[in-house]
Design a protein around this ligand. Sequence first.
Ligand code: SF4
Length: 432
Amino acid sequence: MTHKTVSFFTLGCKLNQAETDALRSAFRLRGWKVVPFKEESDVCIINSCTVTNQADRKTRSAIYQAVKASPQGKVVVVGCLPEVDPEQVSHIEGVDVILGNREKFKLFNYLDSVISHSESQIIHIHEDNPEEYPENIFITSTGNRNRAFIKIQEGCANYCTFCIIPYARGKPVSRSLQSTVEETKKLVHEHHYKEIVLTGINIGAYRDGDNDLLALIRALEAIPGLLRIRISSIEMNTLSNELIDHIAQSTIIAPHFHVSLQSGSNPLLKAMNRHYTREEFAEKVFNIRKKIPLISLGTDIITGFPGETDELFQETYEFLEMIRFSYLHIFRFSPKKGTPAAKMEHQIPDHEKIRRSRILHELDKKLRCQYASQFLEKKVRVLWESYHERGVKGFNEYYILTETDKNQASPNQMNDVEIVSAQGNILRGRVV
Ligand code: SF4
């Protein structure tokens, strides 16, 4: 019996990756054969992103490639772009099914009908009850990666002025603590994952009845065989002192926070509708460092936000240096249609955004090396991921790439390692 074939293309955040993983597993469970994107397939699924205009362009380009690769196949576009602008997707020649972020989990309800009769385009957006969370698909595999991404939360109500996500993903809703624990047990006991990454849009807003993020973490820590839990990203003002205190004494929670700052200048933080000042952000960082001195602190920064003068850019630069982040993710401001910031005055020319992001990329290199050099002669725990020309590599709990000799360790093993050298922001050590 020939298996029907399906291919996937995912754009955007770790949450989209986790959702594609869930869909890929659901197809496999139904006997479909997963083939590489661009290979001809019966169905091709594009899990889209619309966070910037560039993301829209990349989504459209993926759609064109899918239509070209599978002229007889069905092209399905799901996620954030259809959620915010279904018109744009429905006008692209060759798209058969268009589903929003909640409807993507009901894909199988529509697939049979679109495969059997292909005359009309199927569009389903905003049909689900936004208050409820679709619990129905459990992730069972994550391809060849050694850590599993688990989606615990959806949506955001912060309405930062540059961000389209609250319009694309709706209000915050959380997955039940019980189903998250069930799924994690399955990943650890049946699929032998040692690390899970908690993902969501605003996971600090996690709430299942009286259970907040700390309660969920405590429940997950109790699962035998789970060696590491990593929080993918979290808003600074949702990082409670109780959570910080708990992580400071935990041997399972990775001492690694990715907290979006976006700007180091108060007038811009205000214009972005970010709910903190640079002083409040700095105070929280110092408080965290008092309890977890070697904490890994990564952040997102936008350059060229409307109204960002040279002086305000300099303020941000100096603030980033003062905080000594472990790494920076740098984004050039993109006036996203449908966001308040897109209509703001004093838009910055592209050449200036490019110049500023180049300066921040140089700073990022310096900060990564500075942070990595702190680990010389220190002991870390590494989850080895794969072999490569210099031996075997993996990430330690501080999210720094670490290497050792091939005969010292193997993929999906976790070991204590003494760091003997640092090359830029890559560490090398020996298993102890
Ligand atoms: S916190 Fe702000 S930037 Fe993050 S998803 Fe919510 S609205 Fe967007």
